[in-house]
Design a protein around this ligand. Sequence first.
Ligand code: BGC
Length: 755
Amino acid sequence: MMRILDTCKSVALIFILLMFLRISAQAQSQQSSNEIFAAMRMESIVDSLLAKMTLQEKLGQLNQFRWVYGENEEKIREQYRAFVKEGKIGSFLGIFGVEKTRELQRIAVEESRLAIPLLFAFDVIHGFRTIFPVPLGEAASWEPADAEKSARIAAIEAAASGLHWTYAPMLDIARDPRWGRVVEGAGEDPYLGSQMAAARVRGFQGADLTAENTLLACAKHFVAYGAAEGGRDYNTADISERTLREIFLPPFKAASDAGVATVMAAFNEIAGIPMHAHGQLINGVLRDEWNFPGLVVSDFTGILELQNHGVAGTRADAGILALKAGVDIDMVSSSYLEDLPEAVRQGKMPMSVVDAAVARVLRLKFQAGLFDDPFRYQNDEREQNLLLHKNHLQAAREIARKSIVLLKNENQTLPLAKSIKNLAVIGALANDNRAALGSWHGAGRDEDAVTVLRGIREVIPEENISFANGYENPESLDKSGFAEAVALAAKSEAVVLVLGEHGGMSGEASNRSSLELPGVQNQLAAAIHKTGKPVVVVLMNGRPLSINWLDQNMPAILETWFLGTEMGHAVADVLFGDYNPGGKLPITFPRSVGQIPLYYNHKNTGRPPLKEVLWTSKYIDIDWTPLYPFGFGLSYTTFAYSNIVLNPKNISPSGTLDVRVTVTNTGKVDGDEVVQLYIRDEVGSVTRPVKQLRNFKRLFFKAGETKTVSFELDASDFSFYNAAMKKVVEPGYFTVFVGGNSQDVIEARFEIRAH
Ligand code: BGC
């Protein structure tokens, strides 16, 4: 009887499964026929518009202007409105708000001859009104799902404020912390960078670009912008094709595979060819090799700058070079609009190239749903209700605290007891809400941001806290605030000392030649240290800093970057143990600026550094190792790694490898650990990095809990470019490393065997 019942159940199950498969196959074919129908409709709109457009109207679609603000700008705004009417502007940068964008969109669709809607673009980098951690900080969470969530929320808010397009994510790998724009990316590693890239694209663009709560994303800056010599923004990059393909291109490939709608050209040149004229990389690699179907936009005046680079003698030549190289939209250079009509007439610019670029702009507008409803993003109610929504703030707080990295915690200085009766909070940054927002903070407002001081005040009674600026601002040389700060520290039970940079010290053009704490902050730290009180240093900064003295002398250090609107709440959660920090550095912290570039995935050299041997690759005046390695971060608990097992012991070049490791929370509190997996190809036909991150998982462990963590590796992890720049998997031995940072690892070997 039981058997009959079982058989009946199985038949029923199979039936249900078959029904399900049929329905999902039908749904799938329905979806793909919808897609085909939409694509056909899009192409027919594009073709019919192209057939009607004058050259001027075509070039207008390729022209982007920045909206102007200021009291005396009404004349320019009037001219822009007239241009929109004449079809001379296809998109605007830097304008948002339902009312303002609606007015311009109305002119475009009601008063211009062909009624082509405008696109509104803005730099929504780490949040729109609700500001999330700066991207470098968010990468320290090692949680792509969070990066996706914050991008999703940013898109919901920005789209509710009339925007269609964000100039994010910024995907530049950064190995030079002097470069101000390290703050905008995910750090030094192409694997982590690629995971974050794809997640952010998914977050901004959502599942359906035509939806009113999605943004077209823009992978920028294509490419190798982070390789600027000397860390000077906009400077020359001169790197090998190998470095380009292995380090700088992967995040862009990941974004392209994730369906990013647009890409922005970078300001730099690579080996003599400025990116705005780099047909080989834009049309060649991006479009032909990767099949990227989307649009490429120039960077701000990037086209005009081809003259300064010295590859274009005139503005017109600059425009011709850029459009031919595959740059579709001219951001504010006016060269396409003003110079290309003549170039087309003279036969210097084929109409087919113009048409291809215009078609890409029109497709983008179609994808954003603007041909169906140009005012889809202009909804007052959404703008009213969604900005700074309480769910967004909640997410901002959660993501912010996951981005905090505990760099040092001697004698369990942290967490602080909430019962503390006299806590001195020192440092002007503790009370600086603007700094909390970091650079590129969209439509974020200072007054929305919770400072570290306010966060602390919400946890312990006001009367138990004393506060002094100590320094006037991070860069100031004035020491007149020291006495008050030292006096408060001397009376306290413990000190929270907030040090670092203000938000404007990183970001575009904000490069530094030093990685020391600016101003008199080291001196202030020394004076506070002398009081003998336990000091917790809270760092706010947009780049790695060389904090040797703090590391040697202060018992506890928290890296908190610029965490955004909810900064103070997140920091207080960690300071008082309501949240156990689990972030890990996405970029190496050097001991000295003289070590730059310093990154974990370097080559071994013929003479790897050895302490005892002079004739090896190191310095005579400083250790060659970093202060804190890539992937580093502590916790209020401890984790032990053991028992790494690789299965099978050898695989074919196309085989997969199972890696298992035992991880135990050996401490007394629950906490997150980012389990990191690195590989090394021991002998290759070309030199391979000493380690390469190939996977990671951020996992929660209860106190005392043990987990077996498993990963699967395959050819995509083992392959590399050989001498002929062909991607291959070479037989031989590999080491697999697993650990809580790039240095402290356990390891095992396996072999790839050619059949
Ligand atoms: C930056 C871009 C940005 C653009 C528009 C440029 O200066 O390099 O990253 O998207 O300005 O604001």
